[in-house]
Every structure is written in structure tokens, then in C-alpha cells.
Ligand binder design. Structure first.
Ligand code: CTP
Length: 430
């Protein structure tokens, strides 16, 4: 059965992108090249979801196609990047002052020389079928023709349309997870995002792959990227399944030693929802999930894992600081004054504090006090005032100012004048 998605294309692709795609179609027709929308954007057109990541596959040479577009529409289309080894290019259309990025890839046939390796290109400019069969799930394996003679005809070699309607994730061949185990985490992502579930066969293949334990060659950077995409969606189920279905084995076997994972997962989701306004970026949500599994780990273990996953210094600090807060939690338990609470948290990043909270709900009131009242505490006087009082710049400055801050946080003083008087009294008592 031929499915035409013109109606869905019209309603789900924004007008300016449609306009850019018209120019692509025209140039492809002129050059007698077959071009297709491919992957996630086709999936999202079918499920009526807006997707601005436009991927086009060119049955032929995408770099030459990009150059033709730039030549044909010099005012509208610019090549931003070319990757000659993969024969891919990124172009930017300017339509009604809107910048439309489009990724162009040549169809390519690939193979994996050994489990968890990077794929090796066998042929560039192959038949569309060979390009499609190298992909992860049937729902991502569909193409949508862009040439005028077949505009918006769905090319679905592998039953993706049916699987998508049924919300089922199916891999394309039995070695898919062995070739690329990061696809298991991509499955978590599609489950968290759309609620899609692995089909029976695919689930069995996942188990087989995880039981094989052949992940030594798996590049930490790739697994990190997929973990980030999956956990940043902030769904408790993602973490529960990560542990209960042994997916953690892709990262490190030590991650499994967490009891009551359902409770922790739920705490992660709820805590992030409640405190998301305090986060500078949503990009580190995944670290809060990961940190909740590592809060009892020692410094060396966290360093080892950070190396394995290619974490940045900032990312490792989030995990290390959370574990440090946890190791020292007696101090916050004992904290009586507002300043003692402030001192406990002041150097930690918000993400670390939230990881700590997930594991210590009984300390919520102290943490609320810190985040909602104390976090941004500061004083109005500075070193200049102390100089005007006759003090020469020295390390004593910092001590005096710190004591003024302490008095202010503890509500012993409030106004600027009171800060000055308090600083003076500290000076006299020295
Ligand atoms: N792909 C794959 N195996 C991977 C990663 C990606 O086969 N490990 C394929 C998928 O078929 C996917 C395409 O490459 O459709 C592009 O991947 P990506 O850029 O991650 O895009 P999407 O699948 O569209 O994911 P998202 O919606 O999260 O952008």
C-alpha cells in the first residue's frame, strides 16, 4: 500500500522550512537526483509532532548536491560545513529572515567490524534500502520522497509505519544491539519521550546483548550522549528501567548496588520538577539521575567513571560534590543556625545539592532554607569601608567581612548602617 503524507507534511512542517525544501526538490529534479527526508523528522511528521531537525538523504553525492543548491540560490543558500570523508554537508537557507539549517547526507552502506565498534563505510551513494537498513529502529527507518514526481510518498521497507502506530520499537536485524549497544539507551529515550515499548523480539535481543557483556569497545562518549538525551527528559521510569533491566552494565557494573530504585527514581523526577527553576540549565538533569546512583561512591570510583564517560571537569565536580555533601551530612544534621546551613551548601552546585536532597528527604527544610533564602545572601560593605576605618588591606579583611555576612545571615543585623557599626565593633575587639 502506498502511503502519501502530503497532508501531514503540510500541517507539521513550518512554512519557511517547506519553502526551503521546495528549493531542494527543484534542484534535485533538475539534477535527476533522488532525495528524501529521513529518520526522526519522518517519524515526527507521522505522529503530528513539530520537528525542526531536517535531515535529507541524497541517493548520490550530498556534497555535490549542496554545492548545486548554493550555486542555484546564492542569495538564499549557504554551505556551512562539508565533511568530505562521509560526503555530508550542512546548509543554511535564509527564508523570510529565518535561518533554516538542513543536514544533507549521502546514502551510505555501513558495517560494524566487531561488537560495539564504530561503523565502517562500505559504500557512499548506495541504494536507499542499504542506507535505511543500517539504522536503529523501524520507526526511524522511514523516508519521505521530496522529488516532485513522488512528493511525500512514504518509503517504508521495514514496517515502520505500522510499528509507529502501535508504539513499538523494533530493531532492524538481530545484531543491531551487538553492533551498537547505545541503541538500548536510545530505546529508553523513545520510551521516555513517546511511551513506545520494545517489541518482544527486540526485548529478547536487548537481554541477549546485555548478558553478553561485550562492551569493552564501547566508546564512553557515545554512551554519555545517549544517557544525556534519555535522562534529560526527566522521567523516573528511565532510571528504574536502567537499573532493573541491567542497562547500567553498558556504563559500569557498580551502578547496580542501589536498593529501592523505584523510590529513588521517583524522588529524582519529583525533586527536579520542584526545583527546576533553580537550575541554570536543563542540560545537566541527567547528571542528577546518575549522581543519585553514585552518592555513596568514593572519590576514586567517581573519578574512574567520569573518565570512562568523558565527563567535563564541571560535570565531575557535580558528582564529587554531591558525594562529599553526603559524606559530611552529619554537619547539616547538626546545623543549628542559618549560617551553619549556609556554610554547608555554599560551595556546592545546585545539581549536587539536589542529588543530596534526593537521598536525604529528611533534610528538606534545611535545603529549602538554603535555596529559597540564603543562597544569594551578600553584604553591602566592602574592603573600601574597612580602609576608611583606618585598616590596611590584609587577610583580616576577609575575616571581618565573613563575620559581617554571618551576622547578616543569622539576622543579627539587617541594614547597611548596621553592617558598618558591626564591622567597627569587630575592628575594636581585635
Ligand atoms: N541512528 C542509529 N543508531 C544510533 C544513532 C542514530 O541508527 N546509535 C540513526 C537513527 O535511525 C536516527 C538517525 O540515525 O533516526 C539520526 O539520529 P539522531 O540524530 O539521534 O536523530 P533522531 O533519531 O531523530 O533522534 P531525536 O529525535 O532525539 O533527534
Amino acid at each position: 500500500m502506498t502511503v502519501n503524507l502530503k497532508k501531514e507534511f503540510e500541517s507539521n512542517i513550518p512554512d519557511n522550512i517547506k519553502e526551503a525544501l521546495k528549493f531542494c526538490s527543484k534542484t534535485a529534479d533538475d539534477q535527476n537526483l533522488q532525495i528524501f527526508l529521513i529518520g526522526g523528522v519522518v517519524r515526527d511528521i507521522i505522529i503530528n509532532k513539530k520537528n525542526f531537525d531536517v535531515d535529507i538523504t541524497v541517493q548520490g553525492n550530498a556534497v555535490e548536491f549542496a554545492k548545486s543548491l548554493e550555486n542555484s540560490y546564492p542569495e538564499l543558500c549557504k554551505i556551512k560545513e562539508i565533511h568530505d570523508n562521509f560526503k555530508t554537508a550542512k546548509i543554511l537557507f535564509t527564508i523570510n529572515s529565518d535561518i533554516i539549517p538542513i543536514d544533507l547526507a549521502s546514502t551510505r552502506k555501513e558495517f560494524y567490524p566487531y561488537p560495539s565498534s564504530l561503523p565502517v563505510i562500505e559504500k557512499i551513494g548506495c541504494e536507499l534500502y542499504d542506507d535505511v537498513i543500517r539504522r536503529d529502529f523501524t520507526i526511524n527507518s522511514m523516508a519521505l520522497a521530496l522529488n516532485s514526481s513522488s512528493f511525500c510518498t512514504l518509503i517504508d521497507y521495514l514496517n515502520g509505519y505500522e510499528d509507529l502506530k502501535n508504539g513499538v520499537l523494533e530493531v532492524l536485524h538481530p545484531l543491531s544491539f551487538i553492533d551498537d549497544p547505545t541503541r538500548i539507551v536510545r530505546g529508553l529515550k523513545f520510551n521516555a519521550r513517546f511511551g513506545y515499548k520494545f517489541g518482544e523480539k527486540t526485548e529478547a535481543l536487548m537481554r541477549e546483548c546485555l548478558n553478553s557483556g561485550r562492551f569493552d569497545n564501547l566508546c564512553g562518549e557515545r554512551i554519555k550522549l545517549e544517557l544525556k538525551h534519555a535522562f534529560n527528559i526527566n522521567k523516573a521510569d528511565c532510571l528504574s528501567r536502567f537499573i532493573k533491566e541491567d542497562i547500567y552494565k553498558l556504563v559500569d557494573t557498580s551502578l547496580s548496588c542501589v536498593k529501592n530504585i523505584d523510590d529513588i527514581s521517583m524522588e529524582c523526577e519529583n525533586t527536579i520538577n520542584e526545583y527546576c527553576n533553580f537550575l541554570d540549565t536543563q542540560d545537566n538533569i541527567w547528571l542528577i539521575y546518575l549522581g543519585s546512583l553514585l552518592v555513596k561512591a568514593n572519590q576514586d570510583k567517581i573519578s574512574e567513571l567520569s573518565k570512562k564517560l568523558y565527563l567535563s571537569g564541571h560535570e565531575e565536580t557535580i558528582l564529587q560534590d554531591a558525594a562529599k555533601l553526603y559524606r559530611n551530612k552529619e554537619a547539616v544534621n547538626k546545623a543549628k543556625t542559618r549560617f551553619e546551613v549556609y556554610e554547608f551548601f555554599e560551595k556546592a552546585k545546585i545539581e549536587s545539592i539536589l542529588i543530596f536532597l534526593i537521598l536525604n528527604k529528611d533534610l528538606k527544610s534545611k535545603l529549602d532554607l538554603y535555596l529559597k533564602e540564603l543562597k544569594d545572601a551578600n553584604i553591602n560593605i566592602n574592603g573600601d569601608i574597612l580602609i576608611s576605618m583606618g585598616l590596611k588591606p590584609s587577610p583580616v579583611f576577609a575575616k571581618i567581612l565573613r563575620n559581617v555576612l554571618k551576622a547578616k545571615i543569622n539576622k543579627e543585623i539587617t541594614t547597611y548602617e548596621e553592617e558598618v557599626v558591626f564591622a567597627k565593633s569587630l575592628l575594636q575587639n581585635r
